[in-house]
Design a protein around this ligand. Structure first.
Ligand code: MV4
Length: 447
């Protein structure tokens, strides 16, 4: 087992990783930017090293400084958390070359899944259902138009280097094709330095359902069932829940098996997530694979009793998994609390938390790095807490979530709490029958 892990991240996920390390008897090293010198992750760690100024590119993305910090503190592994360097193939490779274990995917696995058109081909070959469309990249507008005519409009063109909706265009008819093609090429070239595009049939009003998997170094993979992430605004997830209200035992079994087949095809090691779209007929299709721990991992932990960070660390240290998949016996939901004003287009609201109190009690878990007196720096993402609620049924979860959100008292900044409170009373949300388009017609004006 590792003796000391450097956590190349900040905020709640850095604390989350340190907590498991402490339980496992592993020493921790925090790295921090000058903007984070008063952060809890710095105080929680056994050692802390400053790695640069506030801008991420000069600190949390600064590979030489992070490696120097690992070297001077004698860390034998690096946990990247999510975001920042977590899916950076170059960083994974450099760690390997340095003899420091990267607790995450190998460079090869990251590259295979990072290029979305390649990832789709790999999954298709492994027998995972994929959305009908181009084989690999489109080489011309003419090829795209021809294919769209064959499979029928609407179609969607996506950036192969994309994700999170950037470089993506929905095309409703052939007359729009050229303009959408030019826009998507321009946007993806500028954003990713790669303007490769692929095409798919557009699935209208889908659900976003993802399967958590864990693979070990011996090629064994198990799944830990699904998370429903259909409550999103502009590709930002706001609420996640498990089990999904629309996933039957049979669908869970088939999606779980598909996710395992896909992960085994690339000999996937560690924790990963296979994202699917589920259409109105209940058919599912591979969308992307995330080769990292995700923000919403706690709801899976709550219903399966697994510590996913501990699983990541064990697998990275070469300890095999049992190979059994887990099916939820409980219900769990996460509300992301962001320092944003939901009445004003979710505009960031950084500043100082003058006073606050977290909710607690039975079935309530708070993953957060903030405290009364803490100043939220403007340089990073705006999530300040995750309220994770667990109970025996979806109805009980919603009642408990309302209670917890009511108890969450915070002053000095605007947060997304009023939005979540309204959502919990929304009839469509409560029915469980909503799609990824649900928030497009939500009224945020009266929060
Ligand atoms: C789609 C789709 C419909 N049909 N692909 C959004 C982000 C990127 N990961 C892929 N996305 C989508 N791909 C086909 N063929 C609809 C979306 C989509 C979406 C997916 C999941 C959650 C929210 C979404 C919001 C808008 C569009």
């Amino acid at each position: 087992m590792f003796t000391k892990i450097l956590i190349a991240n900040r905020g709640e996920i850095a604390l989350r990783i340190m907590r498991t390390c402490r339980e496992m008897g592993i020493k921790t090293v925090a790295v921090y930017s000058t903007a984070d010198k008063d952060s809890l992750h710095v105080r929680f760690a056994d050692e802390a090293v400053c790695i640069g100024p506030p801008q991420s590119i000069k600190s949390y993305l600064n590979i030489p400084n992070i490696l120097s910090a690992a070297e001077i503190t004698n860390a034998d592994a690096i946990h990247p958390g999510y975001g920042f360097l977590s899916e950076n193939a170059e960083f994974s490779k450099i760690c390997e070359d340095y003899g420091i274990k990267f607790i995450g995917a190998t460079a090869e696995q990251i590259n295979k899944m990072g290029d979305k058109a390649t990832a789709k081909d790999t999954m298709k070959k492994a027998g995972v259902p994929v959305i009908p469309g181009s084989e690999g990249l489109l080489s011309s507008v003419e090829e795209g138009k021809g294919l769209a005519k064959e499979i029928g409009y609407p179609v969607i063109i996506k950036a192969t280097a994309g994700g999170g909706g950037r470089g993506m265009r929905i095309i409703k008819e052939e007359s729009e094709f050229q303009k959408m093609w030019d826009d998507a090429k321009m946007e993806s070239g500028a954003a990713f330095g790669n303007d490769g595009l692929y095409l798919e049939k557009f699935v209208e009003e889908p659900r976003h359902i993802e399967i958590q998997i864990v693979g070990d170094q011996e090629g064994r993979v198990c799944h830990l069932s699904e998370r429903d992430c259909s409550i999103q605004r502009r590709h930002q997830k706001l609420v996640e829940e498990t089990p999904s209200p629309i996933v039957t035992d049979d669908l869970r079994k088939r999606m779980g098996e598909a996710a395992i087949a896909g992960a085994q095809a690339i000999k996937y090691e560690g924790a990963g997530t296979v994202e699917f779209l589920v259409d109105k007929n209940g058919d599912f299709y591979f969308m992307e694979m995330n080769t990292r721990i995700q923000v919403e991992h706690p709801i899976t932990e709550e219903v399966t009793s697994f510590d996913l960070i501990k699983e990541q660390i064990k697998v990275a240290a070469g300890i095999p998994i049992s190979g059994n998949s887990y099916f939820p016996k409980k219900y769990s939901m996460e509300c992301r609390i962001n320092a944003e004003d939901p009445k004003n287009g979710f505009r960031p609201s950084p500043g100082t938390i003058t006073s606050m109190h977290f909710p607690g009690g039975h079935g309530v878990r708070i993953d957060s790095h903030v405290y009364a007196g803490y100043t939220i720096p403007p340089h990073y993402d705006s999530m300040i807490a995750k309220v994770i609620v667990t109970a025996q049924s979806r109805e009980e979860v919603i009642v408990r979530m309302k209670r917890a959100l009511d108890e969450f008292y915070i002053e000095g900044i605007k947060t997304t709490i009023p939005f979540h409170l309204k959502l919990m009373d929304d009839e469509t949300f409560r029915s469980g029958h909503f799609t990824t388009k649900f928030l497009e017609s939500f009224d945020f004006s009266d929060l």
